[in-house]
Design a protein around this ligand. Structure first.
Ligand SMILES: CC(C)(COP(=O)(O)OP(=O)(O)OC[C@H]1O[C@@H](n2cnc3c(N)ncnc32)[C@H](O)[C@@H]1OP(=O)(O)O)[C@@H](O)C(=O)NCCC(=O)NCCS
Length: 251
C-alpha cells in the first residue's frame, strides 16, 4: 500500500462516504472503523508519536485498531481537503488541543483551506465534519455528534439531567423505544453545539432548548449565555437506521 497525500483512501475496500448534506463550504463524512489489519498496520504509520502512544495504551486489539483508524481517517480526510491548496500527506499534519480537549489543526495548517473540523465516533462508526474556508463567515465552528440507537442506556434518568423542562414534557407518555429515539435526537444536538463551542460536557446541557418538531430543520430556542439561538444552524444527518447524528454550525 502506498498512500501519499493524493487520494489517501483509494486502495481500501470501504473508503469514507460523503454524506449528502447541502451546505456551502461544509463536508460531512461517515466511515467504518472496522478495517482489515493490513490497512490498520499501514494507517498506524501516519500517526504522530503521541497518537500512537495513546492507541498503544488500549489493551483490547479491536479497540486499539479503532483508535488508530479514527486518527488515520481524520488525517486522510483533512489532507484530502487541504490538497486543493497544497500537497499534504496524512502523516504530515499537526494538531493541537485546547484546555477542554477540542482538536484543531496546528501551524502551518491552521487558518488555511480548513476553517474548522470536528469528529464523533460510536462503536465502529466515525463521523467527521469539515468546515472549509469557502463557507459563509458566520460559520466559524462546526460540531458533530453520533450516537448508536442500539446501545442500551437509562434514558429516563439521563433525560432528567440534561433536558430542559419543555423538552422533558415532550417525552411524557412515550414507550421505551420512542423515548430513547427522541431523547437521542435532543442529545446529539446538545452535544454537537457543545462540541462546536469546545465546551464538551462542561456545559449545562439543560440550559439548551431545541425544537425538533417542526417540518423544517431543528432549531435552538435557548442556548447558554452568551450564545444566541439565531446564530446557529443545526441539522440531523443521514447516517443510517442504527444511528442518530447532528451537526451544529455557528459562532
Ligand atoms: C467532547 C466530549 C463531549 C466528547 O464526548 P463523547 O461523546 O465521548 O465523544 P465523541 O465521539 O462524540 O467525540 C470525541 C471526539 O471529540 C473531540 N473532542 C474532544 N474534546 C472536545 C471538545 N471539548 N470539544 C469538541 N470536540 C472535542 C475529539 O476529537 C474526540 O475524539 P478522540 O478523543 O478520538 O480524538 C467529552 O469528551 C468532553 O466533555 N470533553 C471535555 C472535557 C473537559 O472539559 N475537560 C477539561 C479538562 S480541564
Amino acid at each position: 500500500m502506498n498512500h501519499t497525500g493524493n487520494a489517501p483512501f483509494s486502495e481500501i475496500a470501504q473508503p469514507p462516504q460523503r454524506l449528502p448534506v447541502a451546505f456551502a463550504g461544509v463536508s460531512l463524512w461517515s466511515a467504518t472503523l472496522a478495517q482489515p489489519e493490513a490497512v490498520i498496520a499501514h494507517w498506524q504509520t501516519w500517526l504522530a508519536p503521541e497518537e500512537r502512544q495513546r492507541a498503544e495504551r488500549v489493551t483490547r486489539p479491536s479497540l486499539r485498531y479503532r483508535a488508530i483508524a479514527v486518527r488515520a481517517l481524520l488525517r486522510g480526510l483533512l489532507a484530502q481537503a487541504l490538497e486543493q491548496e497544497q500537497a499534504v500527506s496524512p502523516a504530515s499534519l499537526h494538531f493541537q488541543t485546547d484546555a477542554h480537549g477540542r482538536p484543531s489543526l496546528a501551524t502551518p495548517f491552521a487558518n488555511g483551506a480548513i476553517r474548522d473540523f470536528n469528529l464523533s465516533h460510536s462503536g465502529d462508526q466515525l463521523l467527521i465534519g469539515i468546515l472549509h474556508h469557502t463557507a459563509p463567515p458566520s460559520w466559524q465552528r462546526i460540531g458533530v455528534d453520533l450516537e448508536s440507537l442500539q446501545r442500551s442506556r437509562d434514558t429516563a434518568r439521563l433525560a432528567q439531567r440534561v433536558l430542559c423542562a419543555r423538552e422533558l414534557r415532550s417525552l411524557e407518555g412515550l414507550d421505551h423505544e420512542e423515548h430513547q429515539r427522541r431523547f437521542l435526537h435532543y442529545w446529539v444536538l446538545k452535544e454537537a453545539f457543545s462540541k462546536a463551542i469546545g465546551a464538551g460536557f462542561a456545559l449545562g446541557f439543560d440550559a439548551m432548548d431545541f425544537d425538533i418538531d417542526s417540518a423544517s430543520p431543528p432549531r435552538a430556542l435557548a442556548l447558554p449565555t452568551p450564545h444566541r439561538p439565531g446564530d446557529w444552524t443545526l441539522q440531523f444527518l443521514p447516517v443510517g437506521p442504527s444511528f442518530v447524528a447532528a451537526m451544529a454550525l455557528g459562532m
